[in-house]
Write a protein that binds this ligand. Structure first.
Ligand SMILES: NC(=O)c1ccc[n+]([C@@H]2O[C@H](COP(=O)([O-])OP(=O)(O)OC[C@H]3O[C@@H](n4cnc5c(N)ncnc54)[C@H](O)[C@@H]3O)[C@@H](O)[C@H]2O)c1
Length: 384
């Protein structure tokens, strides 16, 4: 198979920049007729960060200043994974440079930053833009989505969607940029984890109408990594309760939970949808398990199917094997390139207009916690 190639530049060579480069390096894994991403450039002010990327023979450009990558005519796509306070400037520069673009969440540090990015998106309709969120690409989660779309659940009772970490329970963990308000943003844990929890509900059409939020900052100081102590003022945990409506106009609650202080949750991303006829759930704690209820007389029993390695996009791996985090990253990128080519995909990446709703919800959540009241999103948006 002779596949088309897209030359990709990476801006930000940290944790996520490396994950993409690794996914691209094993593209032979993918059996679908989808373009091949060739990592042609890396931009990061850190020479140490760039050194890791320089091991790839395809990397022709290794630069400190990202503008140099944007000036290259032979770079078609940019993936940008940098701290949140830089999203507005760098993302708008990328879009205006007419590079197709995958940006990391939260897609702007706050509502104003997201608005700037959305303005650039609106002015450049020929540029294909998506926001990174890989967890829904677990095959067991895709099965959950199929069951919901297939109408198996009946009337929806409620939806719970969360992302919980526990590493911050280690009080000796030094503060980093993700725990500094000026760099990570006022959203705190919501900015880091929120879009991950919204992807499945939003794509299913479950949009929040209002929000009541409970935010907590459990640990207010941390080691600064240099022998001292630094303030840690970002929100650690957030619980958002929203009203939503299904396609028949029935109202049901959605709970969005994003927590950095969640005991025993290493990296637990989950979605649970409860219906009158049937309920379904998925959690990364049991990444191959798809759970659904079956009626047992007047009772219900949870049943588990071991889904195995059956992703949306075909790969070389046998279906009996286990699927993991790095596979979700690669599947998300296949989805990106398919959509970029104009093909229809079953689920798809998080869309720019969905980031706008995510920011509205998170900004309203800050106000809700401050004022201890339910906030109607439509009224709140009209005042922004
Ligand atoms: N999708 C996910 O699961 C996931 C997971 C973690 C982080 N993220 C997101 O990815 C983004 C980056 O997070 P990370 O964990 O990779 O951070 P990181 O700290 O590991 O890496 C950030 C990199 O950006 C570089 N950088 C800083 N300024 C730059 C500039 N002007 N030009 C180019 N590079 C610059 C830094 O030197 C660093 O190497 C954030 O938006 C974060 O929310 C997503």
């Amino acid at each position: 198979m002779c596949r088309k190639e897209y030359r990709v530049g990476i801006i930000g060579g940290g944790l996520m920049g490396k994950e993409f480069a690794s996914a691209a390096a094993r593209w032979c894994h993918i059996l679908e007729d989808v373009p091949v991403p060739v990592v042609a450039g890396i931009s990061d002010p850190s020479t140490e960060a760039r050194a890791w990327f320089e091991q790839f023979p395809s990397v022709e450009y290794s630069v400190e200043d990202y503008h140099e990558l944007l000036d290259k005519e032979d770079i078609d796509v940019i993936y940008c994974a940098i701290p949140h306070n830089m999203h507005a400037q760098v993302y708008t520069d990328i879009i205006r440079a007419k590079k197709h673009f995958m940006g990391e969440k939260p897609f702007g540090m706050d509502y104003a930053a997201n608005r700037e990015i959305m303005k650039a998106v609106g002015e450049n309709p020929d540029v294909f833009v998506r926001c990174s969120s890989q967890h829904p690409f677990y095959p067991a989660c895709q099965e959950l989505i199929r069951w919901i779309r297939g109408g198996k659940l009946g009337k929806i009772i409620e939806v719970k969607s969360g992302f919980c970490h526990s590493s911050d329970l280690d009080l000796t963990k030094p503060v980093n940029w993700k725990r500094i308000v000026q760099v990570n943003g006022e959203y705190g844990c919501m900015g880091d984890l929120g879009i991950h929890t919204m992807h499945v509900p939003f794509h299913l059409g479950y949009k929040p109408k209002n929000v009541y939020a409970q935010l907590s900052n459990v640990v207010k100081e941390r080691p600064d990594g240099k022998g001292g102590i630094a303030p840690c003022l970002t929100w650690d945990n957030a619980t958002l309760i929203c009203d939503s409506r299904d396609q028949n106009g029935n109202t049901f609650p959605i709970y969005f939970e994003t927590k950095r202080m969640a005991p025993a949750s290493t990296n637990r991303w989950y979605v649970e949808v409860y219906g009158v006829d049937c309920s379904v759930k998925f959690s990364t704690d049991d990444a191959n398990g798809f759970w659904y209820t079956q009626n047992y007389g007047k009772e219900q029993a949870w049943c588990r199917v071991n889904i195995g390695y059956k992703p949306e996009f075909q790969t070389i791996t046998g279906s009996i094997f286990e699927f993991g985090f790095t596979d979700t990253v690669q599947q998300m990128w296949v989805s990106f390139f398919k959509e970029l080519e104009g093909e229809k995909v079953e689920f798809g990446c998080f869309r720019p207009e969905e980031t706008r709703l995510a920011h509205l919800l998170q900004t309203a959540a800050l106000a809700s916690d401050r004022e201890k009241r339910v906030i109607c999103l439509a009224d709140f948006e009209a005042e922004l």
